[in-house]
Design a protein around this ligand. Structure first.
Ligand SMILES: [Zn+2]
Length: 395
């Protein structure tokens, strides 16, 4: 199988570190608002990858985190007049319910940031001891100037110099003016408690971890110092994943932290990236009122995971027709389950082996379904149903 590695910007043969188990970490949600189609695209894409790897005979150990303490969580809880942990519980449950509804299987480990703070402290202490971090007023920052390789991922995605990185980092809440920083691009490993905010004890006083350190800690704790695939939305490549690489590899001194970095394209609505600040969200829970889970999954899988796309209502209508076609196949096949169509399976595998080309795989299955119906080919129909389920559809 070939997968596109963001870090090398090339299609690479996927060879797991360990023959027996594929280790995958995908950055999870910050549970302060409801799940939209952009989230669904990321998690359905990785769910499809994992189902396909299992179809190919692999065992997968899949870890995802939930950022259950964060500026956004605290701000939103304040706005709603809710306890922050109550908001986190409610929104985590909503997210999991939405994912369950889309037949996205839960990860082997669903790790909460607040439950992993000792690991984050341990990494931070080691980075301090090695001179890659410094303490300043109850904060600990990673010092980008100490890391001559900092930004390898950023350069891969076209942020070629320090200023390009700084511009994007600042747009994404890097607090460049923080006087405690030695360099505006330095990022927080640990932050001191602000008045009224929750805090955990640390060698630097009460506070809470930075965002980036959380994923390094949870990935290493549950999957070891090196993993096969680290994934997330394309907007995480920088700064989040760039910072993860820096702090993890200086902690383990055993690069690479992840062999392959996979990023899902952004979803657009009305010509703009779907985002809370623009108010152009398509919520999964609303879509589920009008369309079946299979139709939503097919809509997502009709787009290659790596590219940005815009969702139009017609896409969901077309996907609903595809669901109806697969249902006709199921009715024709009835209880027979042992039919096969080796040529179709080979074509399906070739499409999926080509960087998880689900649009191509679905096209093949639709064409095969039309032919099977026209010829009343029950054997081919049984194969189609088997492959449709590899995509996580429940027809
Ligand atoms: Zn992450």
């Amino acid at each position: 199988m070939k997968l596109f590695n963001t870090l090398t910007q090339s299609l690479e043969e996927f060879v797991p570190i360990d023959d027996n188990v594929v280790r995958i970490y995908v950055c999870g949600v910050t549970p302060y608002d409801t799940t939209h189609l952009g989230h669904a695209f990321t998690y359905v894409s990785f769910d499809t990858l994992i189902r396909y790897l299992e179809f190919c005979g692999r065992t997968v150990n899949y870890v995802q985190n939930v950022t259950d303490i964060d500026d956004d969580v605290l701000r939103k809880a304040k706005e709603l007049g809710m306890a922050w942990d109550e908001l986190v519980r409610r929104e985590t449950e909503r997210y999991l319910n939405d994912m369950d509804a889309l037949n996205v299987r839960r990860p082997n480990v669903y790790a909460r940031a607040t439950a992993e703070i000792p690991t984050m402290i341990e990494i931070t202490q080691t980075l301090l001891a090695r001179g890659y971090a410094y303490e300043s007023g109850g904060f600990v920052f990673f010092s980008v100037k100490q890391d001559h390789e900092f930004g390898i991922m950023a350069r891969a995605i076209g942020l070629n110099d320090y200023h390009a990185m700084l511009t994007i980092a600042n747009e994404r809440g890097n607090f460049p003016e923080d006087p405690r920083k030695r360099d505006p691009l330095d990022f927080v490993l640990w932050q001191a408690q602000a008045p009224g905010e929750p805090a955990w004890p640390s060698p630097w006083g009460p506070g809470r971890p930075g965002w980036h350190i959380e994923c390094s800690a949870m990935s290493m704790r549950y999957l070891g110092p090196q993993i096969d695939i680290h994934g997330g939305g394309a907007d995480l490549a920088f700064p989040h994943h760039t910072c993860e690489i820096a702090q993890s590899e200086h902690f383990t001194e055993k690069p690479p932290f992840s062999r392959c970095w996979m990023h899902t394209g952004m979803v657009y609505q009305g010509g703009e990236k779907m985002s809370k600040s623009l108010g152009n969200l398509t919520l999964v829970s609303n879509l589920l009122k009008d369309y079946s889970a299979d139709a939503i999954r097919i809509t997502l899988q009709n787009h290659h995971y790596r590219y940005p796309w815009e969702c139009f209502p017609e896409d969901l209508e077309v996907a609903t027709e595809t669901v109806a076609l697969f249902q006709q196949v199921r009715t024709m096949v009835g209880t027979q389950s042992d039919g096969e169509d080796v040529m179709l399976r080979d074509q399906f595998v070739a499409a999926m082996d080509n960087d998880l080309n689900t649009p191509q795989a679905l096209l093949l299955l639709r064409q095969a379904a039309e032919a099977a119906m026209a010829n009343h080919d029950v054997n081919s129909g049984a194969e189609i149903l088997g492959l449709v389920r590899v995509l996580g559809l429940q027809v």
